[in-house]
Design a protein around this ligand. Sequence first.
Ligand code: KIV
Length: 271
Amino acid sequence: MSQHKEFKKITTHSLRQMKEQGLKISMLTAYDFSFAKIFDQSGIDVILVGDSAANVMAGHETTLPITLDQMIYHAQCVVRGIDRALVVVDLPFGSYQSNPSLALSSAIRVMKETGAHAIKLEGGEEVIDSVTAIVKAGIPVMGHLGLTPQSIYQFGSYAVRANTKEEALQLKKNIRLLENSGCFAIVLEKIPAKLAKEVTELINIPTIGIGAGKDCDGQVLVMHDMLGINAEFKPRFLRQYLQLNGMITSAVKEYINDVKESRFPSEKESY
Ligand code: KIV
């Protein structure tokens, strides 16, 4: 079970308290009922219904194609498996970038139709009016800075971000803007560990890192990556806690052989 036994149900306030008490926050992505239930019962603090569903569930190369309706479907499945964790849902590309009123109506749909507890969106200065509108409506917002995959065609690659002085300064400005606009936490993706430490100490809300070193207030990984489902994906920041790809392959091969050789089902497995 979780180390944070005093937090029976995780809220945005619990995350703030964890930062104040120096307790690290654990976060994983999930996209369906069964995995969400296992993660929740294992004591995970936050489940992110990430738009990485576009990659790991739907097989797209980028996160751009996933729709708001598809995100809502995944979030509904996840929420049914949860008793304790805070559930955060990504607003997908195209559902908030063009104007604050579109952003607000997308966030309202997520909250109304899924039962999730918060939304996440990518960007700084350029999305501040949207963050303000969503927060004003009473919806908790998680920010996301550094490598923001919805802007991949602008970046041109998945390389580490904010490793120039100018970009680091811009990130510091953006993190303060997001905090002042009412975000309850901020994901920092693929930035130098030293910068992540600095900005974590700069703000009062928690930072959750992915490829951002150990000094963030919490860590997040994509579940398929940490379980080793996609065997070839091994970036430097990733720790694989299981090699599920190999385990599943062996099990499926054994099943195929049993069927071909008429070893399955046995008499005991028949009516
Ligand atoms: O969509 C996602 O999985 C994410 C994490 C990488 C933070 O945004």
